[in-house]
Design a protein around this ligand. Sequence first.
Ligand SMILES: [Zn+2]
Length: 428
Amino acid sequence: MDHRHSSDLGKETQTLICIICRLDKDDMSLEHVIPQSLGGYYHIKTVCVACNSMMGNNIDSPLVNHKLAELYRFAQNIAGKNGAVPNPFSGVFTAKEAPKNKARLDVGEDGKLEIYHHPSIEVKEENGQVVSIEISVDSKDTDKIDAMAEKILRRRDIPKEAIRRGERRVEISTGSFGSRWQLDTQRFKIGLLKIAYEFAVDTIPGYFEDEDAIRISEILHDARYDAVLDYVKIGNGLQQEICKPFEDFIDFEQKKHYLIMMPTEDWGLMCLVKLHDLFAVGVVLSNKRYLHEGALRIGVNSIEDRSFTKLTGEEMIGGCLGSGSSMFRYFFDKAEFEQCVQEVNNPAFRYEGQANEAVPLYRRSGEKFCYLEDALKQSRITMERKPGEMVSIFEFDPGQEYFIRAVSTGKLYQVAGYWRSQSIVRTI
Ligand SMILES: [Zn+2]
């Protein structure tokens, strides 16, 4: 990100470029990358006040107020900015058998749903004469019956005395009530595009100047819902299975949101946005990759811990792996091949540093060269995932000769690679 300083009458004021309008601004605000009302705890300070409030209305709103998001917030008990948990069942429901009977669902103080029957009034007439008035109300409204009856009489100019009050009947209406919901299938995706874009700008140096990054900021700035699918390309927004490749390391059952950024061969830089078990999409951020093959940038937003953490792929994998076993791949001279194989395969064979992986490596001359750790860094790494296990195969730089030293004899053995298997014991 560009940080520019301008000096005004000797007073130093700092202006920053807003990542949405891309203008120099001095009024940056706290932007929630993942909306607060979805349990987001990831903040950045690179969006100006005007863009922040515009995005609240045009970008976050279709996501946060999506019917499924309302259901989610209700189920997870996540209050919005106004402190209230939304009622996804607001609106009027109609009895399937008797469409005149209407009801609504209220959220009680205990957070449970309660059905509330709208009052219904039926006036029966014969030959222009009112013969009966039937008022049915919710059990909570029984004290309102008298007032309602009076109102009807007044309107029809019927004296109270003319009414012979009937018995109060208690009827419990059962049967199913229905309502139609409109589910948005497109507009909410702009909110997911914003999350991926802001995560990338905040995480990948140089991405802000990317051609696609510029275009995405324009789409967000102008709320171009029609252009969102140019970038939100993977999944329809609800397919959780797009994150399946990470299931060894990530426990998707936890109350967490995950952002997983990675380079891909076909798409370039991509980000999976997985909001707990609500929405999941893959966003293509650029046709350039930015990260080297196999690298990852992961954002973990815990709703319960109210926290957001960034990890690299190595940190994620390292945090999930337990103990394991390892061995060297040897390179033996033809002349002493048989003898060497026998020696290193002997269960009593030990090399220096074997116990703690602080293995000194030597040159052919016997001079100390470096440690295993250093050679691993210079290696070509292939990782293989097996059920519950991660196998890393390191091929040492072929331009170097590395030797390990046998503890008992001091003899040097040439090594060409290293193999390590670790069990996967945790998830992030
Ligand atoms: Zn702005």
